[in-house]
Every structure is written in structure tokens, then in C-alpha cells.
Design a protein around this ligand. Structure first.
Ligand SMILES: O=C(O)/C=C/C(=O)CC(=O)C(=O)O
Ligand SMILES: [Mg+2]
Length: 219
């Protein structure tokens, strides 16, 4: 076993996502702020990396963008405490949680699961592995996203309702986390629509010149 799962996309068996983890985003969609993490999943077939495109399923006209910090798990863990959580992190990545908001709302109205709205092929674009030493969990990183050169989202991880250790402790109480698993930690405010022909650029900026960007065409 290597020391860090840089190849997380090929060994990942679970993409677990947190919803409504920034109060401004919860409010912009008319949702209440949660008192416990809200979790849902995407299948690993949702992964897409540059230079491939984000493909909107043929019968849909648009999807929403959500920029998020991804956390990559280093080793199997069950029921870890907040204090122990960092030990189980291999690293991070910039990730997008592409969402059919229209379908999600229809499913929500019927009390049905969100999977199709969130888990279609290419709904989880993500960037390069970022070593855990590059992000200090006690500091904040800026996540941003632009569409066709216009800034849509810019948020800071310090505004997350549930911190990365809170999230790992919560999930691992119920679901075993394994090496390569990816956790999407929720999106800041500013989500919105993209259509075929648009281009998304997203980035993460932090301390010590931490800077990663990625670009995807929408087809
Ligand atoms: O509850 C809703 O209407 C929507 C929730 C989400 O899409 C949650 C997220 O994926 C997020 O907050 O990042
Ligand atoms: Mg999301």
C-alpha cells in the first residue's frame, strides 16, 4: 500500500456528499439550516476529470454547479472521534457536485431519493489529489467557481456548519469509510444553472500559495 491514495478515483467505492453545510446556501434554496449533517451519495461512475466534458443527460437542458472541497480517506475507519478524524485523511481535491435542481425538487416534492439528480455520469468532476499537508484544517480555504468568465461562487470553508472532523466522525458512526473514499463537504452560496456550450472554471486558494484550478466544458 502506498502512503497516499493519489489514485483515489480508481479505488474509490463511495462518494459521500454533505448537503446544506453553508447557511447562506441553505437559505438561497429556501431550506432550513440542519442540526445534523445531511448525507447522500453519488456512484463512482460520476467521476470526470479534465480534459473530458461534463455531459448533461440528453433529455435535460441544464444542470446546476456546486463547488466543494473534497476529502479523500486514507484508511478504513469506523466510529472515529472528531479528535481522531484527521489521522484518516489522505488529502483533498477540488470537486463539483453537479445537480439537476429541477429533478431534485420534483423528487423532493414526492419524498423520493435524489440519486438521479445528483449521481448521473459526469456529475462529480474533480481535480488533482492535494496532499493533506497542503491544507491546515484549522485555517480556511477559498472555493470559487466561474461560468464563462463570470464569478458565480466564492466561499470559505470556515463558514461550513459542520467541520471536516465533524463530518468524518458523523459518517463513520454509521458507514465504514475506506481507503480512496471521497467526501464532498457541501457547497457555499451562488449555485446556478449551466447549459451546453458553457465553460466552468473552479479553484481552491489557501495558505502558502495553495492554488488549484480546473476547467470543464459542458456538452
Ligand atoms: O435540499 C435541497 O434542496 C438541496 C440540497 C443540496 O443540493 C445539497 C448540496 O448538495 C449542498 O448543499 O452542497
Ligand atoms: Mg452539494
Amino acid at each position: 500500500m502506498t502512503s497516499t491514495p493519489k489514485n483515489f478515483r480508481s479505488i474509490c467505492t463511495k462518494i459521500i456528499c454533505i448537503g446544506r453545510n453553508y447557511s447562506e446556501h441553505a437559505s438561497e434554496l429556501g431550506n432550513t439550516v440542519p442540526t445534523k449533517p445531511i448525507i447522500f451519495m453519488k456512484p463512482p461512475s460520476a467521476f470526470v476529470i479534465e480534459p473530458n466534458d461534463i455531459k448533461i443527460p440528453s433529455e435535460w437542458d441544464e444542470v446546476h454547479h456546486e463547488v466543494e472541497l473534497g476529502v479523500i480517506i486514507d484508511k478504513k475507519c469506523q466510529n472515529v472521534s472528531k479528535e481522531e478524524a484527521e489521522e484518516y485523511i489522505a488529502g483533498y481535491c477540488l470537486a463539483l457536485d453537479m445537480t439537476s435542481r429541477k429533478l431534485q425538487n420534483e423528487l423532493k416534492d414526492q419524498g423520493l431519493p435524489w440519486l438521479l439528480a445528483k449521481g448521473f455520469d459526469t456529475s462529480c468532476p474533480c481535480g488533482d489529489f492535494i496532499d493533506k499537508n497542503e491544507i491546515n484544517l484549522s485555517s480556511s480555504v477559498n472555493l470559487w467557481l466561474s461560468v464563462n468568465g463570470t464569478m458565480r461562487q466564492s466561499g470559505h470553508t470556515r463558514d461550513m456548519i459542520f467541520s471536516v472532523p465533524d463530518i468524518i466522525a458523523f459518517i463513520s458512526k454509521y458507514i465504514t469509510l475506506e481507503r480512496g473514499d471521497l467526501i464532498l463537504t457541501g457547497t457555499p452560496a451562488g449555485v446556478g444553472s449551466v447549459k451546453r456550450g458553457d465553460q466552468i472554471e473552479a479553484g481552491i486558494n489557501g495558505e502558502n500559495d495553495l492554488k488549484y484550478t480546473m476547467k470543464f466544458n459542458i456538452t
